[in-house]
Design a protein around this ligand. Structure first.
Ligand code: DGL
Length: 269
């Protein structure tokens, strides 16, 4: 038993895709979420900047004495986690392994598409890990830099979303992939538009949801679950305007989060 909280972070709203699934899979757990809305996007930054932000985000979450930290961000998981994982005395889990594990099990024709931010695609981490499982897998990758601003502005399924989905996914679709990794945690918020474009025969892998499933297995094997059943167990922190996060985050999580979001100065960490 371990009643400490789980720390989760991302550059903005995207990590809520992991939070939503953790709430479902692990309903007794307390969650501290940090969305770095003042510095979003991470995906277009240099590796040094992503490293700096990731370290600061982890240090902030450590102030809550969390039992584990989930990097619910494909960019930080691929471009920073491999370099910094031994620097902290708290277990840290990223989204890449969990999404790859799900994708290699889902594909039947061994053709997997990967979409993510520029930082994630440039790191080559998804491709590398997929080929470590099976070097006959064909991987088709594409950075989709405009998806994150679409999500942060609430364009989940508007005409402009559909236009960009077509622009970014045309090539991957024509390669005949049967599995597509949504390698940025923001992208599941565009799942409807992406799913409709790719067609129902293509399995979409939600990296945020997959890391939550992985986390459940980890807490099972470490016997580190919480047995708290009362009180509001969720707290949210952001580094910029609270109101848009409250509004869009609440819609996505399908729960009221007004009054539970606090603004912090992340540069202090
Ligand atoms: N949601 C994050 C990711 O999974 C970050 C996107 C961004 O800030 O560019 O990559």
């Amino acid at each position: 038993m371990n009643n400490k909280s789980i720390g989760v972070f991302d550059s903005g709203l995207g990590g809520l895709t992991a939070v939503k699934q953790i709430m479902q899979e692990l309903p007794n757990e307390s969650i501290i979420y940090f969305g770095d809305t003042g510095r979003v996007p991470y995906g277009t930054r240099s590796r040094d900047t992503i490293l700096k932000y990731t370290r600061g985000d982890i240090r902030f979450l450590q102030t809550f004495d969390v039992k584990v930290i989930v990097i619910a961000c494909g960019t930080a998981s691929s471009a920073a986690l491999p370099m910094i994982k031994d620097e902290f005395n708290v277990p840290i889990v990223g989204v890449i392994d969990a999404a790859v594990y799900a994708a290699v099990r889902a594909t039947r024709n061994k053709k997997i598409g990967v979409i993510g931010t520029q930082g994630t695609i440039k790191s080559g981490e998804y491709e590398k890990q997929i080929n470590d499982y099976d070097n006959e897998m064909q991987v088709f990758s594409r950075a989709c830099p405009l998806f994150v601003p679409l999500v942060e502005n609430g364009h989940f399924n508007t005409p402009v979303t559909k236009l960009l989905v077509e622009e970014y996914l045309q090539e991957i679709r024509s390669e005949g992939v049967d599995t597509l990794i949504l390698g940025c945690t923001h992208y599941p918020l565009l799942e409807k538009a992406i799913g409709e474009y790719m067609g129902e025969d293509v399995t979409l892998i939600n990296s945020g949801a997959e890391v939550a499933k992985y986390l459940k297995k980890k807490l099972d094997s470490d016997m580190a679950h919480s047995d708290k059943t009362e009180g509001n167990r969720y707290r949210y922190y952001v580094s910029d305007d609270i109101s848009s996060f409250e509004e869009l985050g609440g819609i996505f999580l399908e729960r009221e989060i007004n009054g539970q979001v606090t603004k912090i100065d992340i540069e202090k960490y």
